[in-house]
Write a protein that binds this ligand. Structure first.
Ligand code: HEM
Length: 435
């Protein structure tokens, strides 16, 4: 999505204007992430994230191979987990899981704690040593770390099952229904989230296998999507924002720099302590009606989004990075970006400043038994509070008649709290389950 600088912060900022200091490790993570996307930081080119065991040295590595050879940012105290603001790798399995079995809240809490502990430990090893070392004899044998990153989230239903409804943050309130929803129960919700991203599909699949084996008795998969985007190796410009299955450059106008941090990361004091420094992710399984879309001429497709298809420039302007000007006019005096264009209705100017980081993946599950193409966008939006991010934007897209609505169907939906990365010896979510 965003082709600009990605950052990892050392500590969650307090409620208020200060962003806090940056540790050496945080700085290295920042520079490493920035180097991966080719963004200028003003820091020396040699200051990149140290490669882990098995990774080749970076200085001589061509940019298009770096994603394959680099380990994920490891996370750390008070920091966002991997898989949120770092450069998205080409493949991601996204799974929603439910706690297996029934029983008392105490029993559910034990199960949840054992799963989260196992995943935290396994993820740390996968990040540190790479999947080839951790899973002997698996498909990832002989493969490089491939930017493998594991992200773990918690759904509101887990808080209910474990007897902790009191610990539910306001930001984890159920998403409202939207006028354009065509949701299917089997693709909604989940007690737990696992996002496993890697620049190689075999590395991602092996890591998923390993993580699920460690929790086999305690969870069952509720829904899962295998997502993808273009590989860095195949991209003419690996630092450029990629296209989605509709052919549009997607992710251009994502927040960057300090706005990114404020948009995505929960500030200390903004809710329960167990989420300070974490984030919330809204996941929507959005099917694209690709036959209908590609049946339209290019000019129509451009007006639906409000951007030029070849370059990604906002209509009436030059270059994908041009700031969107919603007042720009055509020679005939009409708006260059049409009234119902997606980027007009999604703009912060029309949603009281709502912001989120869109970091989704394409999916293509082939054809359904009735012949319908099952492909689209696994839309994933990261924010500190969905009530000031996804919700007002989706409400405007649904209620004001986004021109894109004719070509898409929202069929799955979920919201997860994604706590900060765990300290050494701790596990993700311990402050919730044992707090
Ligand atoms: C399949 C569904 C969707 C497709 C294909 C799609 C595609 C796009 C494209 C091509 C852009 C312009 C480039 C960019 O800035 O990234 C864009 C912008 C944007 N989209 Fe979507 N989008 C989809 C769904 C959504 C949803 C569900 C939301 C939120 C509820 C959303 C929110 C936004 C926002 C906030 C922008 C940036 C607007 C601006 O400030 O310029 N999109 N989208």
């Amino acid at each position: 999505m965003s082709r600009r600088e990605s950052e990892q912060d050392a500590d969650p900022p307090e409620e208020g204007p200060s962003a806090g200091g940056v540790s050496r490790r945080g700085l290295l993570a920042r520079v490493g992430a920035a180097a991966l996307v080719g963004a200028g930081t003003g820091l020396g080119a040699g200051e990149v994230l140290a490669p882990g065991p098995g990774a080749a040295g970076e200085s001589s590595t061509p940019p298009r191979l770096r994603m394959a050879q680099t380990p994920a940012p490891a996370g750390g105290p008070g920091r966002l987990q991997p898989g949120i603001i770092d450069t998205p790798p080409a493949f991601a399995h996204v799974l929603a899981l439910d706690l297996a079995g029934s029983g008392s809240p105490d029993r559910a809490r034990e199960r949840a704690a054992s799963v989260l502990r196992a995943w935290t430990e396994s993820a740390a090893r996968l990040h540190r040593e790479g999947p080839a070392a951790v899973v002997p004899g698996a498909g990832a044998a002989g493969l490089l770390p491939a930017s493998l990153g594991v992200t773990v989230g918690i759904g509101a239903s887990l808080l209910a099952a474990t007897g902790r409804p009191d610990a539910r943050p306001e930001a984890l309130a159920d998403l409202p229904g939207f006028a354009t929803d065509t949701l299917r129960e089997e693709w909604c919700g989940g007690d737990l989230l696992l996002q496993v991203g890697a620049e190689d599909p075999m590395v991602a699949a092996s890591a998923v296998q390993h993580l699920l084996a460690g929790a086999r008795e305690q969870v069952r998969v509720r829904w899962a999507v295998r997502g993808f985007r273009r590989t860095a190796a195949a991209a003419e410009d690996p630092s450029a924002a990629p296209r989605n299955l509709m052919g549009q450059i997607d992710g251009t106008n994502n927040p960057t720099g300090s706005l990114l941090e404020r948009t995505v990361q929960v500030r200390r004091g903004a809710g329960p302590e167990w989420m300070a420094g974490g984030s919330y992710v809204v996941v929507r399984r959005i099917r694209m009606l690709l036959e209908d879309w590609f049946g339209e001429d290019v000019a129509h497709r451009e007006r639906v989004i409000g951007r030029d298809l070849p370059t990604g420039a906002p209509l009436g302007q030059q270059g994908a990075d041009a700031e969107v000007d919603l007042t720009a006019e055509n020679p005939d005096g009409g708006p260059a970006v049409p009234d119902r264009a997606h980027i007009r209705l999604a703009s912060p100017r029309n949603t009281l400043g709502a912001r989120m980081l869109r970091r989704g993946y394409s999916f293509d599950e082939g054809w359904r038994p009735d012949g319908t193409r099952d492909a689209g966008l696994l839309f994933m939006a990261w924010q500190a509070d969905p009530a000031r991010g996804f919700v007002p934007v989706q409400r405007n897209l649904a209620d004001s008649g986004d021109a894109l609505n004719e070509y898409i169907r929202h069929e799955g939906s979920a919201l997860f709290a994604v706590p900060p990365a765990a300290r050494d010896g701790d596990y993700i979510g311990r402050a919730l389950l044992e707090g």
